[in-house]
Ligand binder design. Structure first.
Ligand code: ADE
Length: 289
């Protein structure tokens, strides 16, 4: 059954990594990660998984994704996956049984082509009620070899999925999508780029927005002048120390202006704090002028 999905989505079905332990010691990341995605709409994954970095990561063996169609695990003749809610009210609720059957079959290794070695991967339900996905959570998840993602649909998912199957629930933001599929793709993307070797330049990961709690500052590339807009002189100075200081200050400035609430949690040096104090004084002077 999962193989059919693979054919329909141009070979995205793949096996979990054959080797080793399912948990990795803190601080070291495995060089590959496998996602089992449980969804009613596997066709939503084809495009994003077949382009750019996610495509490359799969070609390099750093990423594998197996799409499992929940409908295939509904036992009745019509493969029903949703029913009206008990107690009345509008909308439909995703049934527990097909979701349980799908996840249990795949994770227990009874699914053809699964080796069952990774016995307890996290089972993450994508839902607007989950904890808010962040760079920190992406970093945590990048330490796993295998992760199961369950995409909710309709108006909700039977509560027993949350209580007795999911080990975690994630939301990608305070808005409601039509289902968890796009959220699952966001998680796959953010986690995969942290797998060693996936990004060409490891420094880029260190300098990412949110890595040290700050937004990234501006970037420029050729030409030096575009429609009369010049690249800041400092970036052409060849003075690496001055460039690093400028970048840091621009990151601080951007965070201060756009997401000041992040500064409370950011890792700041005494020099950073001095700079922020200057920005604050400037802002206060601007307001009183
Ligand atoms: N499903 C619907 N909305 C969602 C959201 N914001 N995050 C994760 N899953 C969702």
């Amino acid at each position: 059954m999962a193989e059919d999905v693979a054919e329909n989505t141009a070979g995205l079905m793949s096996k979990p990594p054959a080797s080793g332990a399912d948990r990795v010691p803190f601080g070291s990341r495995p060089a590959s990660i496998h996602f089992d995605v449980f969804t009613l709409f596997p066709e939503m994954f084809g495009g994003p998984l077949q382009a750019s970095m996610l495509k490359r990561a799969q070609e390099m063996g750093s990423l594998s994704v197996a799409l499992h169609d929940i409908r295939e695990y509904a036992n009745d003749k019509h493969h029903v996956t949703d029913e009206p809610p008990y107690g009345g009210g509008g909308g439909m609720v995703m049934k527990a049984e097909p979701v349980f059957c799908a996840v249990e079959a795949v994770l227990s290794g009874s699914e053809p082509g699964q080796d069952g070695e990774d016995s307890e991967p996290p089972v993450i339900l994508l839902t607007p009620q989950g904890r808010l996905f962040s760079q920190e959570i992406a970093r945590e998840l990048a330490g796993q070899r295998r992760i199961a993602l369950v995409c909710g649909r309709y108006e909700g998912v039977d509560e027993r999925v949350r209580q007795h199957l999911a080990t975690d629930e994630l939301s990608i933001g305070d808005y409601v999508l039509t289902g968890g599929e796009l959220a699952a793709l966001v998680v796959i993307d953010a986690v995969t780029r942290l797998v060693p070797g996936v990004l060409g330049a490891p420094r880029a990961v260190v300098e990412d927005s949110h890595v040290d709690g700050l937004l990234e500052g501006p970037h420029y590339t050729r030409p030096r002048a575009f429609r009369g807009w010049e690249v800041p002189d400092i970036l052409l100075s060849g003075d690496h120390g001055a460039v690093a200081r400028w970048r840091r200050e621009e990151a601080l400035r951007r965070t201060f202006e756009r997401r000041p609430e992040l500064l409370g949690q950011a890792r700041l040096t005494p020099q950073d704090r001095e700079f922020l104090l200057r920005l604050l004084e400037e802002a206060q002077r601007g307001r009183s002028a």
